[in-house]
Design a protein around this ligand. Structure first.
Ligand code: NAD
Length: 788
């Protein structure tokens, strides 16, 4: 048989290599040695490390290890550039972004080849996915720059942003960070990952050639220490990080109390759910994309297959057949499916995890097929016979390893899907759109793909729930992550809290036993676990009542009650609105009594504060069914429904001042959006809130939706911030205690809002709208394909 006839018989692909010449020529033009790009110039290379091609181990270039002085120089340049850059009109800034987008398109093949050489990903992916999406991001954000003042009228840029990115999508992660930052008027210092700095350096040259003003984009290369120098630099106003959850937590702790803006895009262990009525062949193709795209080194990889038991055997058999046809090899070959992993250390890490999983009982299947002898290659693997506790099910592997489990009912699928500390993405396959759309909101993840996977677009936000981080990249949410309210800089320090009243020397002297307010937990009044009370004093130091001294146990009970009440989050927005209106109405009936109570505690007339509290409840009742999502039209045959969802259980610690409004202004937006709350009212003047129990009870608020624990704000805040059952934390109090709350929040990476010792005048109408609504919610994008 001649060769052509043989190929017809076997249908084998021949080699189709992409030439590396142009990329090599670019590297040569820099002498294969790079300094940083700071203030529009290349610095002289310092101490360097090698960047290697993981497909063959060849050294590509020497990269400079960024020092603290390098970071300093970059911050100086970015600071100097900030004023003129942010003062440009949006149109002018947009034109630069447009010029960058055009230049990336023009040199897209060079970028793609260089990316593949540096990272090991198949050229098919860098050419057809990464680089086109990079260009799309700059185009999209050119438009945001121009429309910024209309769409975000009261917002200003942060200033200088430090951006740290991983190696799995080197240029794409750069685009996700730099495009919105620049559109908003920030200047940036970006550190690429140590394994993959080259396309960021090529990008620097593109910026230079596009005439971007010097200092607007600075690229500082290096490893973890360089990243740390960026995170801890006092001249940086916002940190945007994409990488592992472990480093994300370290960055959250390092930035606690600094007032720096922070967004974290972290790891994942995303479920890929296949129901028995799915189009199985499509689901298999989707799965190939979900777990073997980029060798599985994808934060949102569908790495946990959950397949309905009735089709499990058939599905797994088909999957194995499909795995046998995946081609592993030279990533510069255009007909390769799976390229090289990023570095030998990554291959070792995956092998170690696999060994642990196997020791715990996992069975590993790898299809036969050739794999290059040298370079960082691994065969695609399918892992079965695992329990939810198996290392391979629980840990992010970040490699070409799929773990399969089965489920019987939709409820079980949801429970398994959510049985992870992560919450980045999920995929649902079913031909029954009702079922798919029933499941999507139940999955705790920032992105849900229905009958598809790995859809991305610049107009659609991307980001995680839970320990996958917070903040979004892309679309309106992504823009707002680079903006802050203009009025924030006018905030003054809050007046020092009055010294805590001295306790009566003899606890028996306090009298007023009839006035001891209890806690309010799960819809019931309950005695404090400590069995101690604290006196509440009037401004003259006279005891006017007592409240319970809440402790760790009371907080635990309250969190448990709040978790049990999470059905509130799926209660119709209309119903939540009615209940908040009712609460307002019932408070209004008793306005004189509440005003008198404020006067008794503070000495000030409480009439206006009660009226404002009623008005604030009305305001958020009004928002409950209006602060909602959007439908995006990405350039695919799909719509993406951006759904606004509550965070879950919120710990809210009210400020010392304004005993009633201070709490109402914070719990009203949280409740309106479907969160349940553990509230710690003002330590000094808690009686306005303990009086509220009866109002709550008569207003049809379901038990456990609002729980109230009285006592020392700071120690209760610490317990709440450390509690894994609390999803978000708002704290109004001193700078020191705010730092403590932010640091303690790393246990499960809660979203936090703290007042940092500043005076937020909660009576101001600016707090009647999206300022707190946006902080009480997170956006989930549900991608729904169409086409007959
Ligand atoms: P990594 O956390 O080890 O490193 C990420 C970046 O942080 C690198 O540039 C690194 O040099 C730097 N760094 C390391 N230690 C640091 C420190 N202490 N302070 C500051 N910077 C530090 O992650 P990685 O191995 O490069 O990337 C893989 C991880 O990234 C995975 O967990 C993956 O899920 C995640 N990821 C998330 C997204 C997302 O959008 N959510 C996207 C891509 C990757």
């Amino acid at each position: 048989m001649n060769k052509i006839a043989q190929i017809f018989q076997s249908l084998e692909y021949g080699p189709a290599p992409e030439l590396p010449d142009q990329a090599n020529a670019w590297l040569d033009s820099h002498g294969r040695k790079f300094g940083h790009f700071i203030d529009g110039k290349w610095t002289k290379p310092g101490k360097t490390f090698a960047s290697e091609n993981p497909a063959n181990g060849e050294k590509l270039a020497d990269i400079t290890e960024g020092t603290a002085e390098d970071v300093n120089a970059a911050v100086k340049a970015a600071r100097a550039a900030f004023k003129p850059w942010s003062a440009l009109s949006g149109y002018e800034r947009g034109k630069y972004l447009y010029a960058i987008a055009r230049a990336i398109q023009k040199h897209s093949r060079l970028f793609a080849v260089l990316e593949t050489m540096d990272n090991g990903k198949p050229i098919r992916e860098s050419r057809d996915v990464d680089i086109p999406l990079v260009a799309r991001h700059f185009y999209h954000h050119a438009g945001w720059a121009q429309h910024l003042s209309r769409e975000f009228p009261d917002a200003v840029p942060y200033g200088v942003c430090g951006q740290i990115i991983p190696w799995n999508f080197p240029l794409l992660m750069l685009a996700w960070k730099i495009a919105p930052a620049l559109a908003a008027g920030n200047t940036v210092i970006l550190k690429p990952a140590e394994f993959t700095s080259l396309t960021a350096l090529l990008f620097a040259e593109i910026c230079d050639r596009a005439g971007l003003p010097k200092g607007v984009v600075n690229i500082v290369t290096g490893q973890g220490e360089t990243g740390q120098a960026i995170v801890s630099h006092e001249g940086i106003d916002k940190i945007a990080f994409t990488g592992s959850t472990e480093v994300g937590k370290a960055i959250r702790a390092a930035t606690a109390g600094t007032g720096k803006g922070l967004s974290l895009e972290l790891g994942g262990k995303s479920p890929y759910i296949v129901f028995e009525d799915a189009d199985i062949d499509s689901a298999i193709e989707g799965l190939v994309d979900a777990i073997w795209f980029n060798q599985g080194q994808v934060c949102c990889a569908g790495s946990r297959l959950l397949v309905q038991e009735s089709i499990e055997t058939r599905f797994i058999a088909k999957l194995k057949t499909r795995m046998a046809s995946l081609r592993v090899g030279d990533p510069l070959d255009k007909s390769i499916d799976i390229g090289a992993l990023v570095a030998p250390v990554q291959v070792e890490r995956i092998r170690d995890l696999m060994k642990r999983g196997v020791a715990e009982g996992a069975l590993v299947y790898e299809a036969d097929g050739p794999v290059p002898a040298n370079g960082c290659f691994l065969k695609p693997a399918l892992v079965t016979n695992v329990s939810p506790a198996n290392t391979l099910v629980a840990e992010e592997i970040f490699g070409p390893v799929l773990v399969a489990m089965s489920f019987r009912t939709p409820e079980e699928a949801v429970a398994l899907a959510n049985n992870t500390k992560y919450g980045l993405a999920a995929t649902i396959w079913s031909e029954n759109i009702n079922l798919a759309l029933d499941i999507a909101p139940k999955i705790k993840a920032g992105v849900v793909w229905i009958n598809g996977t790995n859809n991305f677009d610049a107009a659609v936000g991307f980001g995680g729930y839970k320990e996958s981080g917070f903040g979004r990249e892309g679309g309106r949410e992504g823009m707002s992550a680079y903006l802050k309210p203009a009025w924030e800089k006018e905030l003054k320090l809050a007046p020092a809290a009055k010294a805590a009243p001295a306790k009566a020397e003899n606890p028996l002297d306090s009298g007023h036993l009839d006035q001891t307010a209890k806690m309010y937990i799960g819809g019931k009044q309950s005695r404090p676990d400590s069995a101690y009370n604290r006196p509440v004093l009037d401004p003259k130091g006279q005891t006017i009542g007592e409240v319970g001294e809440g402790n760790r146990k009371d907080v635990r009970n309250a969190v448990e009650a709040a978790r049990a009440a999470l059905g509130w989050s799926t209660t119709a927005a209309h119903t939540r609105a009615q209940i908040l209106y009712f609460l307002a109405e019932n408070l209004d009936y008793r306005r004189d009594e509440f005003a008198a109570r404020i006067k008794a505690q503070t000495g000030e007339d409480g009439t206006a504060e009660v009226a404002l509290s009623v008005e604030r409840l009305f305001a958020f009742a009004g928002w409950a069914d209006k602060y909602d999502g959007a439908v995006h039209n990405p350039p695919l045959r799909a719509v993406a429904a951006a759904m606004v969802e509550p965070l879950g259980v919120m710990g809210i610690v009210a400020p010392p001042s304004r005993p009633l409004l201070g709490s109402i202004a914070l719990i009203a937006p949280a409740l309106a959006m479907g969160n349940t709350v553990v509230l710690v009212p003002s330590s000094q003047s808690p009686l306005s809130i303990t009086d509220l129990y009866q109002v709550i009870e008569t207003s049809d608020v379901p038990n456990g939706v609002v729980n109230i624990v009285t006592g020392d704000s700071v120690s209760l805040a610490k317990t709440l911030a450390e509690h894994d059952g609390v999803d978000a934390m708002w704290f109004a109090g001193s700078a020191e205690a705010s730092a403590m709350v932010e640091k303690a929040s790393i246990t499960n990476l809660k979203q936090t809002w703290t007042s940092r010792g500043l005076y937020y005048d909660l009576a101001d109408r600016r707090f009647e709208g999206d300022y707190f609504l946006s902080k009480a919610t997170q956006v989930k994008n549900v991608w729904i394909p169409y086409g007959a």
